[in-house]
Design a protein around this ligand. Structure first.
Ligand code: SAM
Ligand code: SF4
Length: 474
């Protein structure tokens, strides 16, 4: 199976990335851990929580698994391909364990629950299996595993938000950071395994989120992305103060920390993004004008089978409303090709909806049946591989055209760009992003900018995935 992300490399480029030890970390650790992350941004964010818990207990990070005492894989179950990758990595770590039998291997995250018996008992691939809500018990589980026991905790919680744990941002550009605001998901999209692997939705204490964002800003960060599977259903109730915080209210509170701190969020379910959220975005310059609004399919019939709870027309009206409130807003999407019973006509509906929505970017996937999901239980995965492949290729081709046109339309415009670091191609150029989340590259000459500064950049040319410009002001 192949997954595509058009024109921009985003999460896909980070698959399997290992956390880097902090250069400034002067602590002497008794043991070293290595952690490799897969899947969505939530998982990468969770690895930073795990790192914090392990640091507390005297373990330091390494990027070389050959010197690690503990090797963790933070896993994803969203598509079959992600599971296969993890399995092959585990076999490589197993070989290393033959050379160093004292090394412990652990599986964290979404694969934990479903594959615990297989990994621990049947295939004897790992020493520890730890689910996404059980990271606080890691120190105990490590002790058990060191004592030769099989260490497992895959219990899902209705409360755990790790609110009090400060993630260690040991692999960061120092400018942008992800902040988890909720966990789990209560939606039951029929294709999706997340509600089963990450449990019920719960929102994190609003004040712990604000404190974390304030701390990041004090430490030089200039952008936070508020993370959740469905951020618009964020709802936090402080019984003592008789206060309720909705997502729009949270956005405002974070935006008010400092006008120089940009705020982004992901992901929005189209059914939940409210007028209040749109108006709050419009009101604050530092709330980025960018919405990731996954449509999944352009066919109302397929959307119903997917249990997305909106129709094609309803989604189109939402896009129109976003463009009415914020004409300059960037919009991106997730699209699944070849869901159960999808006909050629349904597929054409997806293509035409993409043309209507004019997404700047899309993450595009084959449908991959996941055991235990509603779709796996109710429907037949009846679109053959070749058809899925062809339809996905058509979707990718169209998205590339739309993205290119969107970038061409930006030529001549001036954008405020937050500088994230050197361009990947040349140290003579800066690389940053516009409020619409587009990557902008421009020459360092003429201005004395540094990483974390805002620059006004006039766009002169583009590629499919990058705007290329020239600084015209601070
Ligand atoms: N909560 C977010 C949402 O509702 O859009 C993201 C969930 S998931 C981590 C990211 C994307 O993976 C989904 O939007 C969907 O397009 C894709 N996905 C989920 N399950 C899939 C499956 N079984 N086969 C193919 N793609 C899938
Ligand atoms: Fe999965 Fe749907 Fe929840 Fe997103 S909203 S995590 S696609 S169930």
């Amino acid at each position: 199976m192949f997954d595509f992300v058009s024109n921009k490399v985003h999460d896909e480029a980070r698959q399997g990335e290992a956390l880097l030890p902090a250069e400034t970390d002067i602590n002497l650790y008794k043991k070293k851990f290595y952690i490799e992350s897969y899947g969505c941004q939530m998982n990468f964010s969770d690895s930073e929580i795990v790192a914090s818990i392990l640091n507390e207990k005297g373990f330091g990070a390494t990027r070389n698994y050959e010197e690690a005492d503990l090797v963790f894989l933070n896993t994803c179950s969203i598509r079959e391909k992600a599971e296969q990758t993890v399995r092959s990595r585990l076999h490589i770590f197993r070989q290393q364990k033959r050379i160093r039998p004292g090394m412990l291997i652990g599986v964290l995250g979404c694969m934990a629950e479903r594959l615990k018996e297989k990994f621990l008992e049947e295939e004897k691939l790992v020493d520890m299996v730890v689910g996404p809500d059980a990271y606080r018990t890691l120190p105990l589980l490590i002790e058990e595993a060191e004592g030769g026991q099989k260490a497992v905790n895959v219990l899902l919680s209705r409360e755990e938000t790790y609110a009090d744990i400060s993630p260690v941002r040991i692999d960061s550009n120092g400018v942008t950071a992800f902040v988890s605001i909720m966990r789990g998901c209560n939606n039951m999209c029929s294709f999706c395994v997340v509600p089963f692997t990450r449990g019920r939705e719960r929102s994190r204490d609003a004040y712990s989120i604000i404190k974390e964002c304030e701390g990041l800003f004090e430490n030089g960060f200039k952008e936070v992305t508020l993370l959740g599977q469905n951020v618009d259903s964020y709802y936090w109730n402080d019984e003592q103060k008789d206060e309720t915080v909705t997502f729009a209210m949270l956005l405002e509170k974070v935006a008010l920390i400092n006008p120089l701190l940009r705020v982004r969020f992901s992901t929005s379910h189209p059914k939940d993004i409210s007028e209040e959220v749109l108006q709050t975005m419009k009101k604050y310059h530092n709330i980025c004008k960018y919405i990731h609004l996954p449509v999944q399919s352009g066919s109302t019939r397929i959307l119903q089978l997917m249990n997305r709870t909106y129709t094609r027309e309803w989604y189109m009206a939402k896009i129109n409303r976003i463009r009415e409130v914020m004409p300059e807003c960037g919009i991106s999407s997730d699209i699944i090709a070849g869901f159960c019973t999808e006909t050629e006509e349904d597929h054409q509906d997806t293509l035409s909806l993409m043309e209507f929505s004019k997404y700047d970017l899309s993450y595009m996937f084959f449908y991959s049946e996941r055991p235990g999901t509603l779709a796996a239980r109710r429907y037949k995965d009846d679109v053959d591989e070749e058809t899925k492949r062809r339809r996905l290729a058509e979707i990718v081709k169209l998205q590339n055209q739309i993205s290119k046109t969107s970038n061409e339309n930006d030529i001549g415009k001036i954008f405020e760009v937050l500088i994230e670091g050197d361009s990947k191609r040349s140290e003579e150029d800066w690389r940053g992003r516009s409020t619409q989340n587009k990557v902008v590259v421009f020459s360092k000459s003429g201005f004395d900018f540094k990483k974390g500064d805002y620059a006004m950049v006039k766009i002169e040319s583009c590629t499919g995935g990058t705007l290329i410009g020239k600084a015209v002001g601070e």
